[in-house]
Design a protein around this ligand. Sequence first.
Ligand code: FAD
Length: 257
Amino acid sequence: MALDEIVISRAIIDRYYQKLTDNLETDVAIVGGGPSGIVAGYFLAQAGKKVVLFERKLSIGGGMWGGGMLFNEIVVQKAALPILETFGIRYRQYQEDYYTADAIEAVATLTGVAVRAGLTIFNCVTVEDVLMRPERVEGLVINWSPVEMTGLHVDPLTVRSRFVVDTTGHATEVVKVVERKVNGKLSTATGKIDGEKSMWADRAETDTLANTLEVYPGLYVAGMAANATFGGPRMGPIFGGMLLSGEKVAKDLAMRL
Ligand SMILES: Cc1cc2nc3c(=O)[nH]c(=O)nc-3n(C[C@H](O)[C@H](O)[C@H](O)COP(=O)(O)OP(=O)(O)OC[C@H]3O[C@@H](n4cnc5c(N)ncnc54)[C@H](O)[C@@H]3O)c2cc1C
């Protein structure tokens, strides 16, 4: 049978439209497709929750692709090995408590396994604002990333969710939007974004988990965004804290849902 270009177009449009309308209302909306966001999405989907992830870029994986300084190997400490095993990511011991994995395998496997578990991902979509009712975050305002990049004057669309998770890394983009609107009412020490501190891997990895919290009603932070919000240090290219933080936020939310 001859292939028909219009059927190809119709298939893409029909399927995408269905996926988008199916995800206008979810239990959890995750912003940012780095390691913490993907892992959070996986564990929420596994728990039977309806979960969607929006990523600004064409590719999923955030800062994990480049390992450290583009050397595409990642380091993971022993505590996070069960997560690599859950996903089926291969790793090798480097020395006691230090393990390495191929960054490309890690991102590709995290993504594939999470999507198969039920996480829906929309790439090339930027979150530019939140839905607020009035003292609680209840969803997101989204637009195509190319619209943002080109500065076109195009109104966004909205999605509703019972909880939002900011996993946008250093940028803490969702928390920044909320901070501007709630005037010192974040649950941080200062009521505002406390700001990320300088590199201290050991302390930062522990802090990342401790800082994986609800920062405003309806809004959680995980991954690097957790430390940037609550004033923890950065940790460099060790990824155990990112993975464990994603798992933690998923488990906390699954309990609340
Ligand atoms: C300059 C620089 C320095 C870094 N230094 C460190 C460091 O010292 N320690 C460290 O641990 N990590 C550092 N990282 C990031 C590093 O890769 C992280 O370890 C890890 O990837 C963070 O994981 P994450 O899941 O928190 O978020 P990330 O891997 O950072 O992923 C965040 C994702 O969110 C997406 N995103 C952001 N805003 C939006 C939005 N509004 N809408 C939709 N998507 C959005 C981004 O495109 C990205 O894919 C650095 C990254 C950069 C760019």
